[in-house]
Design a protein around this ligand. Structure first.
Ligand SMILES: [Zn+2]
Length: 273
């Protein structure tokens, strides 16, 4: 039955989607961006890396997941001084993604997972997941694929900063498509850092802040891509994929309890938020 072996959502027909709903496959939505990533990487880094990880999760668990076509655009106005970057307003992004998760829920899928590959989308997909839970009878979870490889990357990394077009992203791209990485153009760069604040809000700063990148970098890089290798990329790819495959099992088994109502008197259940 195709629904048991096909992991790409839009390769199924509508009768096969009925089978996939009956099997309660977890539906994955990858989210990325079209954004400058220094002079050495193409604009598709965030969406290409994220989708590649999600599709490999699908290949390894084809009976458990369906991967939707990715969102290739995100919140990016802070990168707009660099040619090619596409920006989507956060409200538009949230509304667009929510329409997708609600459609998936409408068809009967009970578990949805948003897997993000673009840092600035992270607070937005958190909201999409929460709004989906509150508006539907399905459960929607949000994560970033990079969260599943950090521990492994700590063992092999040569530089401190994990941010943008850096050692990590460049390594992963080198593993997946080395012919598209121009390592001769890779340079290291850093953001502006104070005691409590940094201009790219990366790391453990207590203040969240993201300045226009045109104010503090001329390269568009945050981190050191010159230390990137395909070998490191292979290790972190494996870590991300195996972590997410384990997450799939956890989420598919997550119970959807009946809500208990603690009111003594009738509530105004017609109210809609
Ligand atoms: Zn990136």
């Amino acid at each position: 039955m195709p629904a048991a072996t096909e992991y790409r959502y839009n390769r199924l027909t509508w009768p096969e989607i009925n089978d996939a709903v009956a099997a309660q496959k977890l539906v994955i939505l990858p989210t990325g961006s079209t954004e400058q990533h220094g002079a050495h990487l193409p604009l598709d880094v965030d969406v290409f890396l994220c989708e590649s990880v999600c599709l490999e999760v699908g290949r390894r668990a084809p009976d458990k997941v369906l991967v939707l076509p990715p969102i290739a655009y995100g919140l990016n106005l802070h990168h707009i001084d660099f040619p090619g970057t596409i920006h989507i307003e956060p409200e538009t992004f949230i509304a667009f993604c929510l329409n997708i998760t609600k459609s998936v829920a409408y068809h009967g899928f009970k578990k949805i997972l948003l897997v993000n590959g673009h840092g600035s989308n992270q607070p937005l997909i958190d909201l999409v997941a929460r709004k989906t839970v509150l508006a539907t009878e399905s459960l929607c979870f949000a994560t970033g694929y990079f969260l599943f490889l950090l521990e492994k990357f700590k063992e092999i990394r040569e530089t401190e900063i994990i941010a943008h077009a850096d050692e990590f992203e460049t390594s992963l791209y080198l593993h997946l498509a080395p012919e598209r990485v121009q390592m001769d153009k890779a340079v290291a760069d850093n953001d502006r850092m104070g005691e409590f604040t940094s201009s790219d809000s990366t790391g453990n700063y207590p203040v969240r802040f993201n300045d226009f990148w045109g104010r503090w970098t001329r390269t568009g890089v945050h981190g050191d891509p010159t230390k990137a290798t395909a070998e490191k990329g292979k290790i972190v790819f494996e870590a991300a994929v195996s972590g997410l495959v384990a997450l799939v099992d956890e989420l598919r088994a997550w119970p959807i309890e009946k809500r208990a109502d603690m009111h003594k008197l009738p509530v105004q259940s017609q109210i809609r938020w």
